[in-house]
Design a protein around this ligand. Structure first.
Ligand SMILES: N[C@@H](CCC(=O)N[C@@H](CS)C(=O)NCC(=O)O)C(=O)O
Length: 158
C-alpha cells in the first residue's frame, strides 16, 4: 500500500503558512518559533504579551494555551495550537526537514537535546544575566550536572 504524505512537512508545506503568533519577544520559547517562521518566509502577525505583567494569563491567551504560557499559534485557515517545538514542526519550511528517515530521527534527537539538556542549563543564565541584569552564581551553575553535560557535548569540556 502506498504511504500517505500526511504528516510529512516536505509535501504538506509547499507554501509558507501564515497566521497569528501570540508571543513575547523576550521569551526563548517564542523566539524559536519566530526563527522558524522567518526561515519559512511566513507572513505572520505577532501579538505581543508582557510576561512581567501576567498578560499570558489573559482570557484571550488561555483560550489558545490552557497553561497560560506563550507562544500560541492561530493559522489563517483557523487551525490553532501551542507548544513551541510543535509549532516549529507545523510551520517548518521543506528545506529544514531532511528527506531520509535516519536524518529526520537525528533532527528529533537534537530537538530533544535542546529541550531536555541545553535549555534547562541555559535558561537560568539568560534570565539572570540578560533579563534581570544580575550577577551569576558561577559556582552554583558549574555544580549543576546539566551544565557540565552541555559543556561536554558542545565544547568537549569535562
Ligand atoms: N513547553 C512550552 C513552554 C512555554 C513556556 O514556558 N513559556 C514561557 C516563556 S519561554 C512563559 O510563557 N512563561 C510565563 C509563565 O509561565 O507565566 C513551549 O515550548 O511552548
Amino acid at each position: 500500500m502506498p504511504r500517505s504524505s500526511e504528516g510529512d512537512p516536505r509535501k504538506e508545506n509547499p507554501m509558507p503558512r501564515s497566521g497569528i503568533l501570540h508571543a513575547s519577544p523576550y521569551s526563548t520559547c517564542s523566539r524559536r518559533v519566530m526563527c522558524a517562521l522567518v526561515e519559512a518566509s511566513s507572513s505572520f502577525q505577532l501579538v505581543p504579551y508582557d510576561l512581567a505583567k501576567g498578560e499570558q494569563k489573559s482570557a484571550r491567551l488561555l483560550a489558545l494555551q490552557p497553561f497560560g504560557k506563550v507562544p500560541a499559534w492561530e493559522d489563517a485557515e483557523g487551525f490553532a495550537m501551542y507548544e513551541s517545538r510543535a509549532i516549529m514542526r507545523l510551520v517548518a519550511p521543506p528545506h529544514l526537514v531532511p528527506d531520509r528517515v535516519a536524518d529526520r530521527a537525528a533532527m528529533e534527537q537534537w530537538i530533544s537535546v535542546e529541550s531536555e539538556y541545553f535549555t534547562p542549563a541555559f535558561l537560568p543564565i539568560y534570565l539572570t544575566r540578560a533579563l534581570k541584569k544580575l550577577a551569576l552564581d558561577e559556582a552554583a551553575l558549574a555544580a549543576r550536572d546539566t551544565g557540565r553535560s552541555v559543556s561536554r557535548t558542545f565544547n568537549g569540556g569535562s
